[in-house]
Write a new protein. Structure first.
Length: 438
């Protein structure tokens, strides 16, 4: 059988496909455990089948969830976890406290692991199949629990002599409580399936991207179109927040700044009012547009917002308690959802969001924590000034979009098309019409 070696271009294309698949898997897992879940950018290798054992990270007992994929890309998929990682995951799934003395995976644990493995594998490959313009049909999952060599032997017996190479995706999972564990996803395709995958990537046009515009050199019309996504989103958000508190609230976007990631700390320090704490809600963006988004307040503004949301007299809140944090997290989720709906309309795509998370700290520590979780690989931040106005309230907040490099490219090409098409499509016309009414 012919052994295929990946070129640098093919590896980059597979990496982009894998990034999308991992984002979908993270969203699926987040929804299952009702927690913020981040899955790191996967490392990809194409190796001979006989060297699979050398890639397994754990030398102790592991858990493998295995299923067959049929249709246009017949293959097999194997998700591997160390025993410790399996314990962490089952505790999250079953809502039970971790037990450091636990040594055995119970039948309930095995059932939960098969379910989550099945959902994560299917979420990963469904998104990949959609991107490549094909479909997959997954079979029922099986579980093996043993030493690495025994687990792989079990899988290879199921496969038989139909594969000679393996695609390995190495990544890690992190929760909002800083729990981390590694996972490995093995795609074991039948020989012709690797060729099919690479051909479909070529056919999808991933090689034929337009040259990326310079984000720092957008003209006034492009910036207006980009700013208008914020205005439309904030208009919807203001309506939602007004309904939440039964009071009139206006949220506007007076300006937009574009900063390199390395400049973001200085911006946040200036924003934080004499180097005081900042408060933020952060979420991950998935589906066809990837990145992360932050909704930030100076600490004093967060206290004002807490009083507003909880219908308390201004000045009542001196420190944010759990109720105040929960209220701010909810309004952050509402505002971000409204903005991403507007952005998705502009980009003619659907943007999915992870569950929201809350953070509060000094600017440097806040940014360090957030960038360790979100925005990996982002080169620029799009910063929207947002102003909240109530009956007696006036304060500023920041809305920060950190798109992945590929998604930044998508956004820029869409902005370029605004000029090339002379605003000749209904979506852009809607934005320009809305802009004229502000």
């Amino acid at each position: 059988m012919e052994i295929i070696s990946l070129s640098e271009t093919q590896r980059d294309e597979l990496q982009e496909v894998a990034n999308i698949g991992v984002s979908h898997a993270a969203t699926a897992l987040s929804q299952m455990v009702n927690k913020q879940i981040q899955i790191g950018i996967p490392r990809i290798e194409l190796i001979p089948l006989e060297k699979t054992i050398e890639c397994v990270k754990s030398e102790e007992i592991i858990v493998g969830i295995f299923l067959k994929i049929s249709n246009e890309i017949p293959s097999y998929s194997l998700l591997l976890l160390s025993q410790k990682s399996a314990f962490t995951l089952t505790d999250m799934l079953l809502g039970q406290p971790s037990d450091p003395k636990k040594q055995t995976i119970t039948e309930m644990d095995q059932s939960a692991l098969k379910e989550v493995g099945n959902i994560m594998i299917c979420a990963f490959f469904d998104s990949v199949a959609e991107l490549l313009g094909t479909t997959i049909v997954p079979g029922p999952p099986s579980l093996a629990y043993d030493m690495p060599a025994a687990v792989l032997d079990y899988v290879l017996i199921q496969i038989g002599n139909v594969a000679d190479q393996v695609l390995v995706f190495d990544t890690n999972v992190k929760t909002d409580k800083e729990e981390t564990f590694d996972i490995q996803l093995f795609l074991i395709p039948e020989p012709k399936s690797i060729t099919t995958i690479l051909e479909k990537i070529d056919m999808s046009g991933m090689k034929e991207k337009k040259p990326m515009a310079n984000i720092e050199q957008l003209n006034s019309i492009q910036l207006d179109a980009l700013k208008e996504t914020g205005n439309i989103g904030c208009s919807h958000a203001a309506t939602a927040v007004s309904q939440m508190i039964n009071k009139q609230v206006d949220i506007s976007v007076p300006s937009i700044k574009i900063k390199k990631i390395m400049e973001l700390q200085t911006t946040l320090t200036t924003f934080s009012e004499y180097n005081q704490k900042i408060v933020g809600v952060y979420l991950e963006l998935t589906n066809e547009f990837h990145g992360s988004i932050l909704f930030l307040f100076p600490y004093q503004s967060a206290l004002i917002l807490s009083d507003l949301l909880l219908c308390q007299k201004p000045g009542t809140t001196k420190e944010l308690d759990e109720m105040g944090k929960s209220a701010i997290t909810e309004v952050g989720n509402v505002v971000v959802s409204a903005y991403t709906n507007a952005l998705g309309t502009f980009l003619k795509t659907t943007i999915m969001l992870s569950p929201p998370s809350f953070a509060s700290d000094m600017p440097y520590a806040f940014l360090e924590k957030i960038t360790n979780i979100l925005g990996k690989g982002a080169t620029h931040a799009l910063i929207f000034d947002t102003i909240f106005k109530g009956e007696n309230d006036l304060f500023k907040s920041y809305f920060v979009l950190l798109p992945s490099p590929q998604s930044l490219d998508t956004l820029l090409n869409r902005l370029v098309s605004c000029i090339e098409n002379d605003h000749g499509d209904p979506v852009t016309d809607q934005y320009i019409e809305s802009l004229s009414k502000i």
